[in-house]
Design a protein around this ligand. Structure first.
Ligand code: GBH
Length: 485
C-alpha cells in the first residue's frame, strides 16, 4: 500500500546534517540599531494594510540582543548546523558604498558563537530585506541591484569567508520576484508583471555574480549554494498539462534553467512574450549565472494545484493573508493560470499537508540534476499552539508533520537521492511576513510579550532526532544505503 510516512526508528546516514533555520528580518529586531539602514520590509510593514495587525519586525524575537542565549538554545537542541541570513542593510545601510562595521561584528560574533558550540554556520546573503535606497533606485527589476549585490557578496566573503561552512546566495528568488513585484503580497508590494520577470533575471544574475565574488574573497573552504522554493504541481481540467507546464516554467525552470543548465527555457520565453521581450538579458549574463554550486537548497511546504483559467470560474483572489500564490502570480494575463484550493488536511497557513510531495520533489530534482547534492533548507509548519498549564507546549500536529516529512526524505535517500541534510523551519516563532506574529512555525515558542523562549514538544522530538540520527520511537533501525558513486 502507499506509505503513511509515519515511520519511526529510521536511521539517517552518517554525517547527515540536522539543522534549523531563521531569517534576519523575521527574528533579529533592533531594526534601527548600530547603524542598520531601512529595508523594503521596514517600509512595507509600516504601510497600513500590508501586514496582519500592523505587525513589524522592529523587535521580532529580539534575537539581535539575545544571540548568546539563542546560541545556547541551539546547542541544547543538538543542531549540527544553523541557517541564518545576513541583513544587507546592517552591512551597507544604503545598499552601496561604505561598510558598517557594527553589522559585520554582529554576524562575526554569531559565526564564532556557532563554531565554539560545534554548530556549522550556513549563511544566506539575501532573505528578502533589500536596502530601501536600492528599491528607490528601481529594486530587483533594474540591473544595478545585481551589481550592488556582487559588491555586498565580496564584502561578506572577505569578512566571514574564513569561517562560514556554507554560503547561500538567495533564499527563494521566486518570492522576491513574483510576490514582491507581481502579486504584491510581499515587499515592495508592486503589481507589475514585466518588472517581476526583470526581477527574475536580475536575481539570477545576482546569484551568479555573488558566487564569483564569494569564491574570490572567501579564504576558508566554504560550500556554495542557493535555496529555491520548488513548486510541486498537480493539474486540473482539460488543459491540466498546459497549466502545470506553464507554472513549472515560471516558478521552477526560470531559476534552475539559467543557474544549473545555463539557459532560460524556450517555453518560458514564449509564454511570456506578450509581457516582456527579455531584452534585459545581456551578452554574457547566462555564463555569469551558470556557476557550479556544491549543494542545492530545497524549500518545501506543500503541493500546489493549478488549472488554466477559463475566464468564467471565480479566480482565487489573494488578499496577501490567506495564500502566497494566486492567479495574479502568473504575469501573462492573456493565458492566466489559477491556483485551486486543495483537499486537506491543512496547516494553520491553509497549506495542504503532503509529505509524498517532498519525496516526489527530491526524486525529480535528482533525476534532472543527478550529480547535484541536495539539502532541504526549509520544511516545517504553522499551527495554533497553546501553552499547557505546566508551561509545556504540546504541538502534536507539528511533530507529526515533521515526522512524516523526515520519513519522506528518508525514503528518497533510500531511492538514491543524495540528500545531505535537513533544516527545520523554524528555530523560533517569528515574524511570518504578511501574517506578522499570527502564524507560528517555531519548534521553540516565543512569547511576544516577554520574549521568553520555550522548547515545544516538536523541539524535544527534534533534539532526539538530531542527537541520535534516528527518528524517535520504535522501528527497524535501518539506515538507507546510498548507491555507490
Ligand atoms: C518560506 O517561504 C520562507 O523562506 C520563510 O521566510 C517563511 O517564513 C516560510 O517559508 C513560511 O512561510 O499558496 O497554497 O499555493 C515559503 C513560500 C511560497 C510557501 C508559496 C507556500 C504556496 C502555497 N511559499 N507557497 S499556496
Amino acid at each position: 500500500g502507499s506509505p503513511d510516512y509515519r515511520d519511526s526508528g529510521l536511521v539517517f546516514p552518517p554525517g547527515f546534517t540536522f539543522g534549523s533555520a531563521t531569517a534576519s528580518y523575521q527574528v533579529e529586531g533592533a531594526a534601527a540599531e548600530d547603524g542598520r539602514g531601512p529595508s523594503i520590509w521596514d517600509t512595507f510593514s509600516k504601510t497600513p494594510g500590508k501586514v496582519w495587525n500592523g505587525d513589524t519586525g522592529d523587535i521580532a524575537c529580539d534575537h539581535y540582543h539575545r544571540v548568546e542565549s539563542d546560541l545556547d538554545l541551539m546547542k541544547d537542541l543538538g543542531l549540527d548546523a544553523y541557517r541564518f541570513s545576513i541583513a544587507w542593510p546592517r552591512i551597507q545601510p544604503t545598499g552601496t558604498g561604505a561598510v558598517n562595521q557594527a553589522g559585520i561584528d554582529f554576524y562575526s560574533r554569531l559565526v564564532d558563537g556557532l563554531l565554539e558550540r560545534g554548530i556549522k554556520p550556513v549563511a544566506t546573503l539575501y532573505h528578502w530585506d533589500l536596502p530601501q535606497p536600492l528599491e528607490d533606485a528601481g529594486g530587483w527589476p533594474v540591473r544595478a541591484t545585481a551589481d550592488a549585490f556582487a559588491d555586498y557578496a565580496a564584502i561578506m566573503g572577505a569578512a566571514l569567508g574564513d569561517r562560514v561552512h556554507t554560503w547561500t546566495t538567495l533564499n527563494e528568488p521566486w518570492c522576491s520576484a513574483y510576490l514582491g513585484y507581481g502579486q504584491g503580497g510581499h515587499a515592495p508590494g508592486r503589481h507589475e508583471p514585466a518588472a517581476a520577470l526583470a526581477a527574475v533575471h536580475h536575481l539570477n544574475l545576482a546569484h551568479g555574480r555573488a558566487l564569483q565574488a564569494l569564491r574570490a574573497t572567501s579564504t576558508g573552504a566554504p560550500e556554495y549554494s542557493v535555496t529555491l522554493n520548488f513548486h510541486v504541481l498537480r493539474g486540473l481540467g482539460d488543459a491540466a498539462a498546459e497549466a502545470t507546464r506553464r507554472i513549472d516554467a515560471l516558478a521552477n525552470r526560470a531559476f534552475t534553467g539559467p543557474m544549473l543548465h545555463g539557459a532560460y527555457p524556450a517555453d518560458l520565453l514564449e509564454d511570456t512574450a506578450s509581457v516582456t521581450d527579455w531584452s534585459f538579458v545581456q551578452d554574457g549574463d547566462l555564463a555569469s549565472i551558470h556557476q557550479p554550486i556544491d549543494v542545492l537548497g530545497v524549500n518545501y511546504y506543500s503541493t500546489a494545484t493549478v488549472r488554466m483559467w477559463d475566464g468564467v470560474s471565480p479566480r482565487q483572489h489573494n488578499d496577501g493573508h490567506k495564500t502566497t500564490a494566486g492567479g495574479t502570480a502568473w504575469p501573462g494575463s492573456d493565458r492566466a493560470v489559477e491556483f485551486v484550493e486543495q483537499p486537506g488536511p491543512y496547516t494553520a497557513m491553509g497549506w495542504n499537508i503532503a509529505p509524498e510531495g517532498l519525496e516526489e520533489l527530491l526524486l525529480n530534482i535528482s533525476a534532472e540534476f543527478p550529480d547535484q547534492p541536495l539539502m532541504i533548507t526549509e520544511n516545517g509548519a504553522a499551527f495554533d499552539d497553546t501553552v499547557a498549564t505546566d508551561g509545556s507546549v504540546p504541538d502534536p500536529e507539528r511533530l507529526d508533520y515533521l515526522r512524516r516529512h523526515f520519513t519522506a526524505a528518508h525514503r528518497a535517500i533510500g531511492r538514491g537521492v543524495d540528500l545531505r541534510g535537513y533544516f527545520v523551519w523554524s528555530l523560533l516563532d517569528n515574524f511570518e511576513w504578511g501574517y506578522g506574529y499570527a502564524k507560528r512555525f517555531g519548534i521553540v515558542r516565543v512569547d511576544f510579550d516577554t520574549l521568553e523562549r520555550t522548547v515545544k514538544d516538536s523541539g524535544l522530538w527534534f533534539r532526539e532526532l538530531a542527537t541520535t540520527g534516528a527518528l524517535p520511537g520504535p522501528g527497524n533501525a535501518q539506515a538507507p544505503t546510498r548507491p555507490e558513486p
